[in-house]
Design a protein around this ligand. Structure first.
Ligand SMILES: CSC[C@H]1O[C@H](OP(=O)(O)O)[C@H](O)[C@@H]1O
Ligand SMILES: Nc1ncnc2[nH]cnc12
Length: 293
């Protein structure tokens, strides 16, 4: 259980095409068990310029877990068990906007959750809580990422709405047009419920969405394929690596609670009266919510 002023430990969740991070000092893979079952894989722990960092390949090192089977709760619990306080998510996404070309990096800040059948909360009967998800990403960490991108001369677009679909199939053309008509900018399959669970666990969360394709709405571009996604990611891997290497040490040195309020999200969220709380739930939630239970 970490207190709001705990020195930062950066967690990096690597999405499609990002199964490892290079350049860590003292690297070691650690297997973590959680009350929610196993995370996607072992987690790689180490340091970048003295700043502790923990890496989790979202789909496993061999990309064996599809988006609709990800154990998001276990992934977030495992990161928090290893002391993580701020999460950088790297994600491949389709573009729903002409000007967001493949190869563009976007700091997505809003989500529309169209997923079905995923476990979307740590809380449940016996221990009820409602956190705010009005601003699901951490504005402070996004600012650090933006500065890191500038320092590395990596163009990055600040802000954008990411529609999260269930998958694993890509969208039908009618769905793609629908998402565009809703004003969404990006489409992907993984950032929900991941971002909301990070908020429940009082972790800062920011996502670097790496545009790989125009989904299937654009009449001058072919329909998205895995081959295209991996090709564009491979071409941009070096940029992503430099961005992470610059951002991680820049997140060091925070000595107070996150100014955006992420580390205190549970202060006013739990509604179940203390005498009505299920002891088994309190035990299950000791990593993510032990601070307030
Ligand atoms: C391999 S293409 C589709 C796959 O890629 C994205 O995952 P991630 O966010 O982990 O990079 C997308 O959401 C799909 O899961
Ligand atoms: N077009 C797309 N739809 C959903 N997820 C994606 N990941 C990368 N491109 C995607």
């Amino acid at each position: 259980m970490s207190e709001p002023g705990t020195p930062p430990v950066v967690g990096v969740i690597g999405g499609s095409g990002v199964y490892d991070i290079e350049g860590l000092t003292n690297p070691r893979w650690e297997t973590v068990e959680t009350p929610f079952g196993p995370p996607s894989d072992a987690l790689l722990c180490g340091e970048i310029e003295g700043q502790p960092v923990v890496f989790l390949p979202r789909h496993g090192r061999g990309h064996q877990v599809p988006p609709n089977r990800l154990n998001f709760r276990a992934n977030i619990d495992a990161l928090k068990q290893l002391g993580v306080t701020e999460v950088l998510s790297l994600s491949a996404v389709g573009s729903l906007r002409e000007d967001l070309e493949p190869g563009t990096f976007v700091l997505a800040d809003q989500f529309i959750d169209r997923t079905v059948g995923r476990e979307r909360s740590f809380f449940d009967t016996g221990l009820v809580a409602h956190v705010s998800a009005a601003d699901p990403t951490c504005t402070r960490v996004m600012g650090v990422l933006e500065d890191a991108a500038k320092a590395e001369h990596i163009p990055i677009s600040h802000g954008g709405t990411y529609l999260v679909m269930e998958g694993p199939q890509f969208s039908s053309r009618a769905e793609s047009f629908l998402y565009r008509s809703w004003g969404c900018d990006l489409v992907g399959m993984t950032n929900m419920p991941e971002a909301k669970l990070a908020r429940e666990a009082e972790l800062c969360y920011a996502t670097v969405a790496m545009v790989t394709d125009y989904d299937c709405w654009h009449d001058e571009h072919g329909n998205v394929s895995v081959e295209q996604v991996i090709k564009v990611l491979t071409e941009n891997a070096e940029k992503a690596r430099r961005l992470v290497a610059r951002a991680v040490p820049a997140l060091a040195g925070r000595t107070r609670a996150c100014a955006a309020g992420c580390n205190t999200a549970l202060d006013t969220a739990v509604v179940t009266k203390p005498e009505a709380r299920d002891p088994a739930m309190i035990d299950r939630l000791k990593t993510v919510a032990g601070r307030v239970l």
